[in-house]
Ligand binder design. Sequence first.
Ligand SMILES: CCCCCCCCC/C=C/C(=O)SCCNC(=O)CCNC(=O)[C@H](O)C(C)(C)COP(=O)(O)OP(=O)(O)OC[C@H]1O[C@@H](n2cnc3c(N)ncnc32)[C@H](O)[C@@H]1OP(=O)(O)O
Ligand SMILES: NC(=O)C1=CN([C@@H]2O[C@H](COP(=O)(O)OP(=O)(O)OC[C@H]3O[C@@H](n4cnc5c(N)ncnc54)[C@H](OP(=O)(O)O)[C@@H]3O)[C@@H](O)[C@H]2O)C=CC1
Length: 699
Amino acid sequence: MMYMCLGDQNFGVGENDRRYLGDVIMINPEGEDLAEGEAVPVCHMTGGHDVSCDDEDEDTYAVPSDIPFVENKGDENEVISAVRENDCLLLQQLAQKNVDFNSLCHCQWVPCTIRVQRGDFSRQLQMTGYAAIHVAVIHASIKTIKCLLTGGADINLRDSNRRSPLQLAAAVDRLKVVRLLIDKGDCDNTFLMAVFLLLTFHYEDLVRTLVESGADVNLPDIKGTTPLSFAVGHMYPSSNFGTDLTIIRILLDAGCDVDKSNPAGASALMLAAGLKLVPVIHMLLSAGANINKMDNAGHNAFHTAVAGQRNLSAMQTLMWNGAATHTSNKKGETPLDKALQFGSISILRLLLSADAAPHRHDIMTAPRIVQLRNYLPEFDAWLRQEMHEPRSLRRICHVSDMAVISSVFRSGLFKDRVAIVTGGGTGIGQAIALELLYLGCNVTIASRKVDRLEKAAKDMNSRLAKHLNAPLPKLNTFLNATFVQKKRNTVEVHGRLDFLVNNAGGQFLSPAANITLKGWSAVIDTNLTGTFLCCREAYTQYMKENGGTIINIIADMFKGFPLMSHTGAARAGVDNLTKSLAIEWADSGVRVNAVAPGSSIYSDTAAANYGSDDIFSFIKSRVPAKRYGTVEEISAAVCFLLSPAAAFISGETVFVDGGGKLYQNMLDIPDHQRSKAYTWENDVKEQESSGNCGPQSKL
Ligand SMILES: CCCCCCCCC/C=C/C(=O)SCCNC(=O)CCNC(=O)[C@H](O)C(C)(C)COP(=O)(O)OP(=O)(O)OC[C@H]1O[C@@H](n2cnc3c(N)ncnc32)[C@H](O)[C@@H]1OP(=O)(O)O
Ligand SMILES: NC(=O)C1=CN([C@@H]2O[C@H](COP(=O)(O)OP(=O)(O)OC[C@H]3O[C@@H](n4cnc5c(N)ncnc54)[C@H](OP(=O)(O)O)[C@@H]3O)[C@@H](O)[C@H]2O)C=CC1
């Protein structure tokens, strides 16, 4: 077996262009170096080849002269033979004789097997009804193709599998041939084909060039598929997913009609929902896709998400964005009916939890569900309770478990605003920073540890790139915000500052009696003094003249904070500071509020601060909601207070604690007898025993 690169002779095919992988060879058709792991097409061909090229033409593309015919039954016509031989002279003679360059030949031909390095994606080119142009784009030199076109070959002629020459050239990764065909400008919907290329080989530049030169980005192919539907329908949630999202962004930016349906009435959103492409769903919704648009059979995107089974994240995304979850299709079936047919517990839980299933008695008796109830007593118990009293969505789906970035608030809410989030590289602060960024705000995160900040910024940017259908807002990192203020009494505020979120903070567990002055001061400085200085600098440097909103993150210390008395005192200080500043700065248009998370907001960094998760498990039992709070739940409260919806709220502390402040104290007090009741008798006895002969009357 020999191998052959479809490389460009003019560049030469050096060792750098070849990476052997068992019996396949990886090729970079442009002759560029390949980075390790880079996605490139892979050709695997049987038989030997020699490389021929046309030296006269710089653009001439080297082609194998003998791509093997695995099967070749019957005779091909003389035009095809001339193409195979790259015999331009003969082609010119045939053209002069008015030979038909477009007659189809019905021999069977399997020219090569193409394997594209994208998961398991592979395809085989088999041709039964083809003309000279189809052979040429796979097999001949550029010069030969040009001769053929001059002689009257139809650039749009489909083979018996309805493939255009452009498609075939793309399939064998002959980029220069593709460019030639597109340059000729006559190809059927070249834009759609460019999208195909981009999907397959990531040739973004082609698509961009076509967009810039005014291509019709909504033109469907002969089957009625639009470029957007085509792109969505061919995406794979694989390693190249990030790159593939670029296509969708290019198409949307180029003004694609986001709701344009294919002949079956399906929109791109429906396809994305069925294929579990959550980031794409976000992008399409942000671009204004109609979430409840129906196809010809009466299915909306939610139906297709449910039909995709194991597709919970897509279902959740649609639910949270307001999809109608219990509409019927034309056969009268609802998503719940589908879930009952599948007998999918997780889908059922989701639908019930979000109240997506109007109360229906047949749930308990649906055959698949009866089987599951018999088999799984826990499920049975859960279902009985659920039918009795449906729960909220969030209790069942732990939001923090999902890599999705989203927001309950409308996208673009904070577009072009500028925020500082202290402690924004971890836990609660990071969730706040992410949601603000998602809503269009430019954010600076600040804390002590540069490596943490940088890693967080990188991570946030890459996650956002997958979830945001808009240019990424700016994300800066700023070291030592609180420390800088402590040391130099200054915060540099660049340009503008609409929001300040004083989230940085923390403490250590210690009985008050053991806290040293240094330890006490460290916690007071971090939580109270640092917050004060941040507020003061934000106000004096910007908000005094321009207004703004400040949120202070404190803690649920309103019943005292045993074992954390330092932080309790500091946070109570911030609670009061919040009220003072809300009044002092009201006439500058500055609102100041606080958010008090319950002591149960789990994050890895928070747990690490105490050395184990135990403290959080302990707290969970003392929260009426009997669960951890999520960092997203704190962020939602912060975003609400920053938003215009809270324009009339200032000096307030919002508790996000699952009812914790009303319930038990964190510290159990052991039984003891050190507390004596006061009575008058005790008073008299004490006076007598001490021989105190003072006035008898207490008046
Ligand atoms: C029933 C339960 C219900 C309990 C209910 C529990 C509810 C939990 C609810 C709250 C949850 C959260 O806030 S979760 C968020 C948790 N995240 C954080 O706390 C992260 C940030 N925290 C920190 O960095 C630190 O804890 C903090 C002290 C505040 C940082 O201070 P600094 O860096 O300025 O100071 P350091 O140099 O580290 O320390 C200064 C001094 O502080 C003292 N000190 C520092 N750590 C100490 C420690 N572990 N034990 C003793 N003392 C310590 C020492 O005297 C130190 O001096 P030397 O002796 O010279 O070293
Ligand atoms: N998780 C919970 O249950 C609760 C949390 N809170 C409060 O919410 C806030 C966020 O906590 P959470 O996300 O859970 O925990 P984290 O430990 O993840 O967050 C604390 C953040 O503050 C930063 N930070 C700490 N000290 C300083 C300082 N001196 N200067 C600048 N930055 C500092 C840390 O970054 P770096 O280390 O890089 O400096 C870190 O990013 C804290 O104020 C916390 O006390 C309140 C109640 C409950």
